[in-house]
Design a protein around this ligand. Structure first.
Ligand SMILES: *Cc1c(COP(=O)(O)O)cnc(C)c1O
Length: 371
């Protein structure tokens, strides 16, 4: 009996996404082995952080890197670093930011839930523009002595609101203000490891437990040496603002291995495999006459692997199908939040072939009117 069975916890087939609530992504055996290996003896965490960070920086073509317990922790540490720099008195004082540059500018359209991690440091968020627009002039207007950084979420569209990242970086450079890019879920494509820093971003954040398939509690900050040092100074094992988001030696080893595997992986091959799966789904499901199937890609920057959109025709609503998949045995989670109509989205990233067959079988049963 597995641990989950003994607890009475339902196992899920995850055709949704690399969502934290469903457990993120699957680690490779290489990553798991690295974690087991790392657990066998003791090391000085500061030394491991420094040397593993250096290796990650090389692999990702960056000046420096810091391994965190997640992209959320990365946000916290990056914002803290831009306020404190390497000044000990300030490092020791957070989240009391009195007298510091403590304002973080962002677009109203990008005031997403994760910004709580920026606020945890004591920083104050200053939002510009509306839910769909922002301009250079609005940005210029709020930059002042107290500005610590500009925060930009690379995965939040539209990119076409009048203030793209290129423009933000140009303005920030003029005022000598650092730009933090949260690109947590923007891996793959692998080029994003160096694309944003090459554009001029000072710190770029990635999740380790999403597209990278590293440990669920891991993440990365890439960027400028001095700011990365300030991230480390704010982070564990130091008893400072980042202490509650500590990462252990096992996750550091796992994340480093995941980055190594990722930069050498054949992503084109993975994309082709998922395209074949979409064709297989089409063959299996189209005879029902109740589904129209299309492949969708998110525009750059974003995940480059295709997903499948199943549009339900003359039959059930997407809410019914999502609930039936979720309540069945085995339980299957899919994305029912597609705004394009009565359709559900399947993400193949966390599926293996036998799980794909289970998903197809259940969909056939449901479309045939069964439960
Ligand atoms: C997922 C995500 C995070 C959090 O990542 P974790 O690695 O789970 O901490 C932060 N920001 C954005 C934009 C994300 O999509």
């Amino acid at each position: 009996m597995s641990l989950y069975d003994s607890l009475g916890v339902r196992k899920l087939i995850n055709a949704f996404d690399t969502a934290t609530v469903y457990g993120g992504s699957r680690m490779s055996s290489g990553v798991l082995d690295a974690m087991a290996e790392a657990s066998k003896c003791f090391v000085d965490l500061n030394e491991l952080h420094e040397k593993a960070g250096r290796r990650v920086a090389e692999l990702t073509r960056n000046e420096a890197a810091y391994i965190t317990s997640g992209a959320a922790a990365g946000l916290l540490l990056a914002v803290a670093a831009c306020m404190t720099g390497n000044v000990v008195e300030m490092l020791d004082r957070l989240p009391d930011t009195s007298g510091m540059c403590n304002e973080i500018i962002l677009k109203t359209s990008q005031k997403i839930a994760w910004t709580v991690c920026a606020r945890q440091t004591g920083a104050k968020l200053v939002a510009i523009g509306t839910k769909s627009t922002a301009t250079e002039a609005e940005l210029e207007l709020v930059i002042r002595e107290k500005t610590a950084a500009i925060l930009y979420f690379a995965g939040v569209f539209p990119e076409t609101d009048g203030l793209p990242l290129e423009k933000v970086i140009e303005v920030a450079r003029r005022h000598r203000i650092p730009v933090i890019v949260d690109a947590a879920a923007q891996i793959p494509p692998v080029e994003n490891f160096w694309r944003f820093t090459a554009m001029g971003a000072d710190l770029v954040i990635f999740s380790g437990g999403k597209g990278l398939r590293g440990p669920q509690c891991s993440g990365l900050i890439l960027g400028k040496k001095e700011l990365i040092a300030a991230c480390a100074a704010n982070g564990s094992p130091n008893c400072r603002i980042g202490r509650a988001s500590k990462i252990g030696k096992e996750e550091i080893a796992g994340l480093l291995t995941a980055v190594e595997e990722f930069v050498h992986a054949d992503h084109e091959q993975i994309r082709k495999k998922f395209e074949e799966w979409i064709q297989h789904l089409r063959e299996e499901l189209s005879s029902s006459g109740q589904i129209a199937l299309s492949a969708i890609y998110r525009d750059s920057p974003g995940i480059t692997y295709p997903r499948a959109r199943l549009t339900l025709q003359n039959g059930k609503t997407k809410a019914e199908v999502v609930a039936q998949l979720r309540d069945g045995n085995p339980s299957i989670v899919v994305d029912g939040n597609d705004e394009s109509g009565n359709s559900i989205l399947l993400n193949f990233f966390n599926l293996n072939e036998s799980e794909l067959d289970v998903v197809i079988g259940r969909l056939k049963e449901i479309l045939a009117g069964g439960r």
